[in-house]
Design a protein around this ligand. Structure first.
Ligand SMILES: Nc1nc2c(ncn2[C@@H]2O[C@H](COP(=O)(O)OP(=O)(O)OP(=O)(O)O)[C@@H](O)[C@H]2O)c(=O)[nH]1
Ligand SMILES: [Mg+2]
Length: 364
């Protein structure tokens, strides 16, 4: 399941700084078989304290966290949609991702040039949104033309699609993102297959100065307010500090963290938010060999969840044994959970819940 989040923003806002810190691959990731897909594509572990809580009761050789794929994309400039500054190439990179991490500069530093001359995150977001919308206009225009042509022949599906494309086209022409258009669930599903950048979910990341940690500043407050109206998430961090933290082993981070009023690197919550943004969640397997988080889409059934481990598990799925972390913490072991009658047996229709601990029974 290679869903990815692309880091998008103006040049020089700290995208690569954060990407490099995220993919520095320190101890949390030590047990994960990492693969560098591309210098700009990184595999990032998703910190999850439930893994450690499980390990307290299930002695194991290793812990394997879930991962999320992040893509570092070069900065967009005004005019990118008309090809300015390699704009078309960078836009194509964004189109290939499944969600957008919008990096905004909320730090003042005379040594770091701002392409627009001053720090103003709201303006910067508008510039990016406009370029993405203008590029999407072209995509939708092609679809609109094709659908309108077929609609003239009386094709019902094309008549519906043409009407929807026109609605989206008008929205984009006004420089507004497709995701902000109120649509029925069915229409939204249709639009999601059109490969539009502005229909991808967004998470804002405010890069603030180290003096403004942990809560941020007036600039990041403005971004927060905007995000709230959109129902989008916000993560506040300082790229420079995160880069320093990533250089240290986890056990050596406490002092630096507390000097900035942090309890963990902000990248930990950034990775978790990215995972959520993609609509992903985890179930666990817990045994002697490993305690491991497995990634599923929300709503996945028992067989689908089993299929993440092995396709044979999905094909030959019989049933699953399921218990919760709360049960494990209350009873202390799987055997005790079973003895207490709390070990659930679930079938093919079962919708796996975030945090379920599972065993699968299957035949091949
Ligand atoms: N003061 C300060 N400088 C930072 C921070 N984060 C990044 N920078 C600096 O900003 C400059 C640009 O950082 P990058 O991470 O390369 O920016 P980018 O967004 O990847 O830029 P492009 O790839 O050109 O679009 C570098 O000189 C960084 O050292 C920060 O939190 N504080
Ligand atoms: Mg960069």
């Amino acid at each position: 399941m290679a869903l990815s989040v692309g880091i998008v923003g103006l040049p020089n806002v700290g995208k690569s700084t954060v990407f490099n810190a995220l993919t520095a691959g320190k101890a949390e990731a030590a047990n994960y078989p990492f693969c560098t897909i591309d210098p700009n594509v990184g595999v990032v572990p998703v910190p999850d304290d439930r893994l450690k809580r499980i390990e307290k009761h299930v002695k194991t050789q290793k812990i394997i966290p879930a991962i999320v794929e992040i893509v570092d994309i070069a900065g967009l400039v005004k005019g990118a949609s008309t090809g300015e500054g390699l704009g078309n190439k960078f836009l194509a990179n964004i189109r290939e991702t499944n969600a957008i991490l919008m990096m905004v500069r909320c730090f003042d530093d005379p040594n770091v040039i701002h392409v627009a001359g001053s720090v103003d995150p709201m303006r910067d977001i508008e510039i990016i949104e406009l370029e993405l919308a203008l590029s999407d206009v072209e995509t939708v225009e092609k679809r609109l033309k094709k659908a309108s042509g077929l609609a003239k022949t009386g094709n019902k599906a094309s008549i519906v699609e043409a009407a929807l494309a026109e609605k989206v086209f008008n929205q984009l022409q006004n420089g507004k993102p497709a995701r902000a258009l109120p649509l029925s669930d069915d229409d939204r599903k249709t639009v999601s297959t059109w490969g539009l950048m502005t229909s991808k979910p967004v998470l804002y990341c405010c890069n603030v100065g180290e003096g403004d940690l942990p809560a941020g500043n007036a600039w990041s407050d403005a971004v927060k307010a905007r995000a709230q109206t959109e129902g989008a998430g916000v993560v506040i961090l300082c790229g420079k500090v995160e880069a320093e933290l990533a250089e240290l082993a986890p056990e050596d981070r406490a002092e630096l963290l507390s000097s900035y009023g942090l309890t963990e690197p902000a990248l930990a919550s950034l990775a978790r938010e990215c995972y959520r943004l993609l609509g992903l969640q985890s179930y666990f397997t817990a045994g002697e060999k490993e305690v491991r988080a497995w990634t599923i889409k929300k709503g996945a059934t028992g067989p689908e969840a089993a299929g993440v481990i092995h396709t044979d598990f999905e094909k030959g799925f019989i049933r699953a044994q399921v218990y919760s972390l709360a049960d494990l913490e209350q009873h202390g072991s799987e055997a005790a959970i079973k003895a207490a009658g709390k070990l659930r047996i679930e079938g093919k229709e079962y919708v796996v819940q975030d945090g379920d601990i599972m065993h699968f029974l299957f035949n091949v």
